[in-house]
Ligand binder design. Structure first.
Ligand SMILES: *Cc1c(COP(=O)(O)O)cnc(C)c1O
Length: 362
């Protein structure tokens, strides 16, 4: 058993089972005599890992043959640029709409502005990003190449429970990928860094509709490494891949499959988040950072009555083996990130601590 529960927003916890497998394989992967990170990415050992990770991801996420799944590098942040560079079309006037629901959404928007006619068509900035704008009353522009959303807002603890009624969505799913079922067919592009819900940092996943890659024309100055076609044509092996991260992703995807897949983990995620939100709802001591109707299942953000008590909470939790609970500076307070790998026991322990802390400090 590990010594602490880690509630970090990312990089974050991986399942203990997965880490034990990594430990077992570390000096000698399946009789190869090598660590995965030492192997040729063109050799048979790595090729098997790569292809299994790709196909397990496709299976668990429910990605049809109409889409490519790409393994790239550079994190979610590089996709903030890759998306406009690949999707904006000169013919259509390089138009895209963005819904800005937090820090990462705003960063994505700001990168896109450099490349075309980009509009922020809705934002929740007026109330410190504590909610998701009503997607049905947004005035989307005609003739856009895409509408960009950030599905789960890691810092503010909000998530979309309803999608914008458009047929050209692009979504940053970095902090909720594989935590709940998603209808992939509603999206042109989905992207996510692996370090929140899947693997160590490095691997970044892009799910992109095939027609965009096969018939699209990236902007002329799009770097080769950012063109989706480059990796699609090379089975994501155009250059040296992030092999260790992909290997851990493969183990984690096996773990998720054994668990019962995304539908099963969603049930557990609803239950886990409910344990903490029930306390927030019943308490006059704690205050949730996000509005009820759009609360994140992955990042539970809240405050106590004062910054001093917030600090005391984080300190005492740490002393009790619950680490990385300090909220992001944009919100303050406390944030518990409870991704797929956070065991139910870890959330129960935090819930008990929250009740005890309230009794002792109110
Ligand atoms: C963490 C995060 C990012 C940034 O990812 P990097 O891999 O650090 O570039 C982007 N979007 C969301 C929603 C995130 O949670």
């Amino acid at each position: 058993m590990r010594k602490v529960y880690n509630y970090a927003a990312g990089p974050s916890m991986l399942p203990e089972e997965v880490l034990l497998e990594v430990q077992r394989d570390l000096l000698d992967y399946k009789g190869s005599g090598m660590f995965v990170g030492e192997m040729s990415h063109r050799g048979k050992w790595y090729e098997e890992i790569h292809n299994e990770a790709l196909s397990l991801f496709r299976e668990l996420m429910g990605v049809s043959d109409d889409y490519y799944v790409l393994f790239v590098q550079g994190g979610g942040s590089t996709q903030f640029e890759a998306v406009p560079l690949n999707l904006l079309s000169e013919e259509n006037g390089k138009k895209a709409d963005y819904i800005v629901t937090g820090n990462f959404a705003n960063k994505a928007y700001k990168e896109a502005v450099k490349y075309g006619d980009i509009a922020c068509v809705a934002t929740s900035k007026d109330d410190n990003f504590s909610y998701i704008p009503d997607v049905d009353s947004v005035e989307y522009r005609k003739g856009t190449d895409y509408v960009h959303i950030t599905y789960n807002n890691t810092i503010y603890g909000t998530r979309y429970t309803k999608l914008p009624p458009v047929n050209n969505l692009v979504a940053d799913m970095s902090s909720m990928i594989l935590s709940e079922p998603v209808d992939v067919s509603k999206f042109k592009v989905i992207y996510a860094g692996a370090q929140k819900n899947l693997a160590p940092a490095g691997l970044t996943i892009v799910v992109v509709r095939k027609d965009i890659v096969d018939n699209g024309t990236p902007l002329p100055f799009c770097p080769t490494m950012l063109k989706y076609k480059t990796q699609a044509d090379a089975n994501s092996l155009y250059n040296t891949p992030t092999s260790f991260s992909t290997y851990v992703a493969m183990l984690n995807l096996r773990w998720l499959k054994k668990f019962g897949g995304v539908k099963e983990i969603e049930k557990q995620n609803i239950y886990k988040a409910g344990l903490l939100y029930d306390i927030l709802d019943e308490s006059k001591f704690y205050k949730g950072a996000s509005r009820k109707e759009c609360r994140s299942m992955m990042n539970v953000a809240f405050t106590t009555p004062s910054p001093e008590l917030d600090a005391k909470f984080v300190k005492e939790a740490t002393e009790n083996g619950m680490v990385s609970l300090k909220g992001h500076r944009a919100v303050g307070g406390i944030r518990a990130s409870i991704y797929n790998a956070m065991p139910v026991e870890g959330v129960k322990k935090l819930a008990e601590f929250m009740k005890k802390f309230e009794t002792e400090n109110k």
